[in-house]
Design a protein around this ligand. Structure first.
Ligand SMILES: Cc1cc2nc3c(=O)[nH]c(=O)nc-3n(C[C@H](O)[C@H](O)[C@H](O)COP(=O)(O)OP(=O)(O)OC[C@H]3O[C@@H](n4cnc5c(N)ncnc54)[C@H](O)[C@@H]3O)c2cc1C
Length: 461
């Protein structure tokens, strides 16, 4: 395009100019030019790749401002890592389960807008078992937790270069790694929070992100109910996995999905970090090395969930969580008791970090058998088999390839935040992995989507 209004680096285009440019004689934006008829049918102002929370938030904000937006989604449903499965009779949150820190959290507002009923999960209501089923006193848990916080503080005070969290602990307090209660906390708290294993987490930055206030809540009508206001009046093309994104300063983008080409002025790419790492989506030209390096460097963690439904409850129904100090770090060491907020007799087990990555290679039934072994350690060998189960395996999902991003040793906050700089004023990244402050969360994804929408609005009037 030779339009003089687009010659400055930070230019603002009028949308009519863009469309004129796209459809004009000789205005070939790509090596796959569309026919005029196709272009007329397909052309939009902005293409959003991915209908997860980030993509839908960006699309909704743009639609509200009158932009023509098309969302291209690889799967047959919207929501991405926000997905509620009701087949067990209660909401199994395959991906995100909690609104972390609901006070001041924009996701709480979305939940309120659909009158979603919430339930505050009580972190203080728990039984923790050793690996032989012996119960650990609350007092021990409280004291060991304080010890662990002291170890983390000592790490902060002692080192001025990065290393893995495991190495740092070994250096300041080697006994912490040997102590079964502390090992359990490292896994059930830190590895679950971050998705990364302590061998890979940055000792410097693993816990430097920010949180909203308030005790975590689950949504009794399903977490995916918050998608409804985001999806209103937004055009989403499902079953359209994008495989190629061509972008050029001043010339807009051509996005290829399902053998079709779609043209727009700008593209918001919310492909998860795991997908970007896999290089299954090609960029032409190749991404600048400042972005590619971050994709390669950042950690993508794993969390496996198994919801097991039983005929009746053989566990104390009023206790929120059961912890178990499995010998393998990360192996089913935390269980959420559905009976505290539902009539269904469901225990939801969590495996995290390296163990989650390993277990997800197995068939579902083997994963459930592994989880049952741990439940039997807690409640006895005579408990029955589950009537039904559901298992998540995000590392095997080709459109996620992991659970959420984490700060790997050597990463810096800028490795997340630098994604926020548009590439060639046409390609804008969003998604949970593009914000250090709130990465690995639904609200982080949402806020990144709003940020991307604002960037588009700055570029296209
Ligand atoms: C097991 C698990 C537990 C979690 N627990 C919590 C929690 O309790 N609380 C919390 O706040 N957060 C939690 N999270 C994190 C939260 O789910 C994510 O941070 C958030 O949903 C990510 O949103 P996103 O839009 O960035 O990415 P996604 O939701 O992954 O959206 C990306 C979309 O892009 C699509 N896509 C991928 N590749 C392509 C392609 N080539 N072409 C077109 N479309 C494509 C995907 O199908 C997907 O729909 C959890 C995540 C997992 C996996």
């Amino acid at each position: 395009m030779t339009d003089p209004t687009v010659s400055n680096k930070k230019r603002t285009l009028n949308r009519r100019q863009i469309l004129k440019g796209v459809l004009g004689i000789g205005a070939c934006m790509s090596a796959f030019p569309l026919t005029k008829a196709q272009a007329l049918k397909r052309d939009v102002d902005v293409i959003v790749i991915g209908a997860g929370v980030a993509g839908m938030a960006a699309a909704q904000a743009l639609v509200q401002e009158g932009y023509d937006v098309l969302v291209l989604e690889a799967k047959g449903i919207i929501g991405g890592r926000l997905k509620t499965d009701w087949s067990l009779g209660a909401p199994f949150e395959v991906g995100a389960g909690w609104i972390h820190g609901p006070v001041g959290n924009p996701i709480t507002d979305l939940a309120k807008s659909v009158q979603a009923k919430s339930f505050v999960t009580d972190d203080d209501s728990s039984f923790v078992f050793d690996h032989k089923g012996g119960e650990i006193e609350d007092k021990i848990i409280t004291n060991k937790f304080k010890d662990l916080m002291r170890v983390y503080k000592k790490i902060d005070d002692t080192f001025d270069s990065d290393q893995s969290l495991e190495k740092a602990i070994k250096r300041v307090s080697p006994q912490t790694l040997e102590d079964p209660v502390s090992r359990w906390m490292l896994s059930a708290y830190t590895e679950f929070d971050t998705g990364g294993s302590i061998e890979n987490l940055s000792a410097y930055y693993f816990d430097e992100d920010e949180a909203f206030d308030g005790a975590d809540v689950v949504l009794l009508d399903g977490y995916d109910s918050i998608l409804e206001p985001l999806a209103d009046k937004v055009d989403v093309l499902l079953n359209h996995p994008v495989d190629n994104i061509e972008y050029e300063a001043g010339d807009g983008v051509t996005v290829h999905a399902n053998g079709e080409a779609f043209e727009a002025y700008a593209v918001v790419c919310t492909c998860p970090l795991g997908v970007l790492k896999s290089k299954k989506v090609k960029f032409s030209p190749a991404l600048p090395s400042r972005i590619q390096k971050k994709i390669d460097r950042l950690g993508m963690g794993n969390v496996t969930k198994a919801a097991l439904k039983f005929e009746s409850a053989f566990w104390p129904i009023d206790t929120q969580y059961f912890g178990v100090m499995t010998e393998d770090k990360g192996r089913w060491n935390y269980f959420l008791n559905y009976r505290t907020f539902s009539d269904e007799n469901i225990l939801l087990g969590l495996s995290v970090g390296a163990y989650a990555g390993k277990i997800e290679q197995l068939p579902e039934k083997d994963i459930v058998d592994d989880c049952m072994m741990v439940i039997r350690d807690m409640f006895g060998v005579d408990i029955p088999e589950p009537m039904d189960f559901l298992v998540s395996r995000w590392s095997k999902d080709p459109y996620s390839l992991g659970a959420y991003s984490y700060t790997r040793v050597g990463n810096k906050p800028a490795d997340f935040d630098d994604f926020a700089d548009p590439v060639e004023d046409t390609l804008i990244f969003a998604g949970e992995h593009t914000t250090f402050k709130h990465h690995a969360t639904v609200h982080g994804a949402y806020l990144s989507g709003l940020r991307a929408a604002e960037q588009v609005m700055e570029l296209i009037e």
